[in-house]
Write a protein that binds this ligand. Structure first.
Ligand code: PMP
Length: 283
């Protein structure tokens, strides 16, 4: 089965999908995106992803010419056409094709792209060992709540982490932890889950919200408040949340162990609850 692409409503094999050089996504990163994965072949949290796509688009004054229902149909059809057991669907909406000029033209048709590839799970061994992270100054712009195509800050940070042998880069802005390059971050202190609040400094992660709700449902305290670099280094447990990582224990920060250096009990519980609720077949 080929990977599947869709350009402005037309499905095609992904390797045939071409976008003009003057697309503003290519020239300026002038666009927004989402990544949706499937569980048991069905797109996960599709409503929440489409709502976030819409919020991101509005925040950059980009009006999607396609209704949410249209995106949903494309997602379903793309998954069906690709035929993978589990898929990773990428949606991208750019301002469109126009002669290069920073200010945007009034008349331009947004470019809608969708790709479907086979979902690659993270190495299952990491579930038991946990991962190392590297902290880095958050040099990104001040609207990280928008899921924009401008990912250079994330790209550079993730590359630095990779070169240092770390799984993820964790951003620190003014001595406060914000999020990872591709994930949100939470700490556990005295049995309470703490994560930075939803504001312009972080992406309102969909997994983040599900995990906070799960913690509360199971009687674990969950607070959304500032996490200082000091809180981070003193945490009893740390974990990442995100579409690909789900709930993943962090056991080392910049080469130093988090407490015992092994995944903590609250993190493991949360992963198990997440798996019970969403990952395991229902019947
Ligand atoms: N922060 C950033 C910067 C991300 O790229 C992602 C991945 N989308 C997340 C957080 C986690 O968000 P989600 O749980 O919606 O995948």
């Amino acid at each position: 089965m080929p990977d599947i692409g869709l350009l402005n409503g037309d499905f095609m094999p992904l390797d045939r999908l071409m976008v003009p050089v003057e697309d503003r996504g290519y020239q300026f990163g002038d666009g927004v995106y989402e990544v949706i994965r499937t569980y048991h072949g069905a797109p996960f949290q599709v409503e929440a992803h489409l709502a976030r796509l819409d919020r991101s688009a509005r925040a950059i004054e980009l009006v999607s010419p396609h209704r949410l229902e249209q995106w949903r149909q494309w997602i379903e059809e793309g998954i069906r056409r690709a035929g993978y057991g589990e898929s990773k669907v990428y949606l991208q909406l750019t301002r469109g094709v126009a002669p290069r000029d920073h200010a945007f033209p009034s008349q331009v048709r947004p470019t809608a792209v969708l790709t479907v590839r086979q979902m690659m799970e993270i190495n299952p061994a990491l579930r038991t060992t946990g991962v190392e992270v590297m902290t880095l100054e958050d040099l990104r712009w001040a609207r990280c709540d928008i899921k924009s195509l401008n990912l250079l800050g994330n790209v550079m940070a993730r590359q630095r982490a990779k070169m240092a042998g770390a799984f993820e880069a964790i951003f620190v802005r003014n001595r406060e932890v914000t999020e990872g390059a591709v994930s949100n971050v939470m700490i556990v202190r005295d049995g309470v889950v703490i994560t930075p609040p939803e504001d312009h400094r972080i992406l309102a992660g969909i997994t983040r919200r599900l995990v906070l709700d799960l913690a509360r449902k199971h009687g674990i305290g969950a607070r959304e408040r500032v996490v200082t670099a000091e809180d981070f280094h003193r945490a009893d447990e740390i974990f990442l949340t995100g579409t690909t990582v789900e709930v993943l224990a962090v056991v080392r920060i910049d080469g130093k162990p988090v407490k015992t250096g092994r995944p903590g009990p609250v993190t493991s519980q949360l992963f198990n609850w997440f798996a019970d609720e969403y990952l395991r077949p229902t019947g």
